[in-house]
Design a protein around this ligand. Structure first.
Ligand SMILES: O=P(O)(O)OC[C@H]1O[C@](O)(CO)[C@@H](O)[C@@H]1O
Length: 258
């Protein structure tokens, strides 16, 4: 597993646990019945527990600073396996406007183990124009900008997948537009050879799929490759201010390319 800079473990039953110097909450669990409204086949069968979520994890020594700056680190563990023809994935949402900054906020993902595909599109109207499927391997980072609809896909049905993410502390999720379209603009499908293919979601029109690897965020968001995003916060507490004060970085979000 990639060294996240945090003493966190994930058990075979997807339970997220913490070492002595680390704090974290009781896990939230998403079950298959919770996410059916965004699936290709809402009656599909698959693992009962699809993903575990621990929002607000960190070193005990950092908790005061994280609270003061409204920054929050989350850890998620996704089951291996399939849901009908799809790999295990989240239902998809848009980050609500947070009171603390007055806008929707970005999210910074870092994969710890397995393979993830972060799918994102500028909105969940009928015509979002583009939908990106970004493949993320252990140690790699991807940033979802404010307002974009996104979901997380386990990109390898043979293994569980674990990731950490920086978010704002007073986060909120909007599900209505994504659920009204029964998901994002493309459905991931597990091909016979285990690779992931895509089926267009006919509830959207004219959307181009851009299937790609991660890019570097060094020039625009100053994220250093090869150093965990928690360690980068330890090294420079201001590093992820763009998550909690996205309005100051509007130039980056305009014409953003994942
Ligand atoms: O609310 P949903 O769509 O089930 O997804 C929750 C997922 O999204 C996240 O925001 C990603 O950090 C986590 O809470 C979790 O993996």
């Amino acid at each position: 597993m990639f060294d996240s800079g945090l003493d966190v473990n994930v058990q075979a039953d997807l339970k997220i646990t913490y070492g002595h110097e680390t704090y974290g909450p009781e896990n939230e669990q998403r079950h298959l019945d919770d996410i059916r409204r965004s699936l290709l086949d809402p009656s599909a069968s698959g693992p009962d527990l699809v993903y575990s979520i621990a929002m607000d994890v960190g070193r005990k020594s950092d908790v005061m600073d994280l609270k003061q700056r409204m920054l929050l680190y989350g850890v998620c563990a996704y089951a291996k396996g399939k849901i009908g023809r799809e790999p295990v994935r989240s239902q998809g949402h848009i980050h609500a406007v947070s009171m603390s900054c007055g806008s929707s906020t970005p999210e910074v993902y870092e994969v710890w183990s397995g393979e993830a595909i972060i799918m994102m599109q500028p909105d969940a109207t009928d015509t979002p124009e583009k939908c990106y499927a970004v493949h993320v391997k252990p140690g790699e980072v991807v940033v979802v900008p404010p307002k974009w609809a996104h979901c997380t896909i386990n990109g390898n049905p043979e293994t569980d997948m674990i990731f950490g993410a920086w978010c704002i502390r007073d986060f909120g999720f909007e599900y209505d537009d994504v659920r009204a379209h029964h998901g994002l603009a493309f459905y991931p499908i597990v091909n016979d050879d285990g690779s992931i293919g895509w089926l267009p979601n006919r509830r959207y029109q004219g959307v181009e799929l851009i299937d790609k690897a991660v890019r570097s965020y060094q020039d625009d968001l100053k994220i250093t490759p090869g150093v965990s995003i928690y360690q980068q916060y330890i090294n420079n507490h201001d590093k992820f201010d763009f998550v909690t004060q996205p309005g100051k970085y509007q130039q980056i979000w305009d014409n953003y390319q994942p």
